[in-house]
Design a protein around this ligand. Structure first.
Ligand SMILES: [Zn+2]
Length: 473
């Protein structure tokens, strides 16, 4: 413990709690204490962040929030009543959108048996409810004490910071005497900071599910560390991660996941870290703890890592379709219609049928680099020869056109017309955009609490290695 003497009192307290209380059999009381300790540290972190973005240090969140960290509520449970109706306050039920949901199944879980409402949400083209069903997003319904519907709220964009203030964007359907009205609202949201750890047993999503981590956060983690770790094919049993992230709430009720604030992922024994840093409190990006930008000139993957692609990606391994001289690209097996994104800024050089590649897009980038996206079912709107595209922009959709045995994206990375392994270090190398010296000082201050937090979580994992399975009990 000598080394820890240098740390803040708060952390020393937390660590001593970690070590003393971990001796007997692990119980939920202990877990709560551990999480209390780590969350306490987060408050210290919030205060330190205040130096950059002056805000009042947040008070300790209520104990209930903390318990939720270790005793996960079933993510896909049926709609839960989260408060009781009184003549003044409505009765609110909430559910989250599951993959495969339709408007009808969502309404059913909210106990809303109303054909007029269903018609309004599905047939009125001015109401983008049906077209915006995103798995994991929250939908709430409020009724009065007589069971009369008051409103339905769909939190389609839980995380928005365009103005520098955290907000949620929601679609609110109001029940009126003459039928329904819809309005798009943007409202200030509250931010809760959560922590989580996991050790990969079967798959990344199985692990994040056990720790009650929202899918949106898992996908962000994969995106943020995408230049360091191949989440499609390189995740191994025994890999570990520790996460600090936001949950957004609106009027005290969950509105959805916010942003990953800090993450450490140990892949095959090698740790990669990322922290969110914003110099002006508005825009920002991810850096490692030393202040090197994690934003690569090229994205490692042109398909977003998701629950679906992670499962399909596993099949890619089985099929052994990796890059080789004989197969000069990487195949991402994914369902038809999966969005394909440009891996870097560039100009469309070709968008059309291209031999055995079927419907193909070739993008021209700087320094004689081109990228090729083959077998597409269709191209995104507005993508024609000469179109300028930016990194991450949607360019088309997975298909099985041309010489293909099933839906997949064939992706090639070429330097001076010569294909090279896109997953190799040179291709995925992050662009060197170091912070200015004066920014480094500020960065170090902002990052210090996150660094401590990740250390505490690592310690925590060391003491309670099977924390995920403990948490499920
Ligand atoms: Zn291929």
């Amino acid at each position: 413990m000598r080394q820890q003497n240098d740390l803040a009192n708060a952390e020393a307290l937390a660590l001593s709690r970690l070590s003393t209380s971990a001796q007997p059999a692990v119980g939920s009381h202990l877990l709560r204490n551990l999480l209390l300790s780590t969350t306490f540290l987060l408050c210290v972190g919030a205060a330190a962040l205040g130096m950059v973005q002056p805000v009042q240090p947040e008070p300790m969140p209520p104990e209930q929030t903390l318990v939720q960290n270790v005793l996960p509520f079933p993510l896909d449970a049926d709609a839960t009543a989260i408060e009781f109706a009184t003549p003044e306050t409505p009765y609110v039920t909430e559910t989250r959108i599951r993959s495969g949901d339709t408007v009808a199944t969502v309404l059913k879980r909210l106990n809303l048996d109303d054909t007029n409402l269903l018609n309004f949400l599905t047939r009125d083209t001015k109401v983008p409810f049906a077209s915006k069903l995103v798995p994991g997003r929250s939908v709430q319904a409020a009724t009065d004490i007589n069971g009369q519907l008051l409103w339905v709220r769909y939190f389609h964009t839980p995380q928005s910071d365009a103005t520098g203030q955290p907000t949620v964007k929601l679609l609110q359907i109001n029940a009126t005497r003459d039928g329904f009205t819809a309005e798009d609202l943007e409202r200030p949201s509250e931010v809760q900071i959560e922590v989580a750890v996991g050790t990969i047993e079967r798959s990344l999503f199985a692990t994040t599910d056990a720790a009650s981590i929202p899918d949106g956060i898992t996908m962000q983690m994969a995106e943020v560390l995408g230049t360091k770790i191949d989440f499609f094919r390189g995740i191994h049993r025994g890999d570990q991660f520790r996460l600090v992230y936001e949950n957004r709430t609106f009027e005290g009720r969950p509105a959805g996941p916010g942003r990953v604030l800090a993450v450490e992922f140990v892949n095959k024994g090698k740790a990669s870290t990322a922290v969110w840093y914003s110099a002006d409190g508005k825009t920002g990006s991810y850096y490692d703890l030393e202040g090197e930008s994690l934003q690569g000139a090229f994205l490692r993957n042109s398909i977003k890592f998701s629950r679906i692609s992670s499962t399909f990606g596993m099949r890619t391994i089985a099929a052994n379709q990796a890059w080789s001289g004989h197969h000069p690209g990487v195949d991402y097996v994914a369902p038809t219609g999966t969005p394909i994104h440009a891996t870097a800024d560039g100009v469309v050089q070709l968008a059309g049928w291209h031999f055995g590649y079927g419907n193909t897009i070739i993008l021209k980038h700087h320094s004689k680099i081109t990228t090729l996206y083959g077998h597409q079912s269709r191209f995104a709107d507005g993508i024609t020869v000469g179109t300028k595209v930016s990194q991450g922009q949607l360019i088309g959709y997975v298909g099985s056109t041309g010489w293909s045995t099933g839906p997949h994206l064939h992706y090639e990375f070429r330097v001076a017309e010569k294909p090279i392994d896109p997953l190799s270090a040179t291709a995925a190398m992050p662009a060197a955009t170091p912070l200015e010296p004066e920014q480094r000082v500020k960065f170090a201050e902002v990052v210090a609490p996150f660094r401590q937090q990740l250390q505490v979580l690592a310690k925590f994992q060391e003491i309670v290695p099977d924390i995920s399975s403990v948490a499920v009990r």
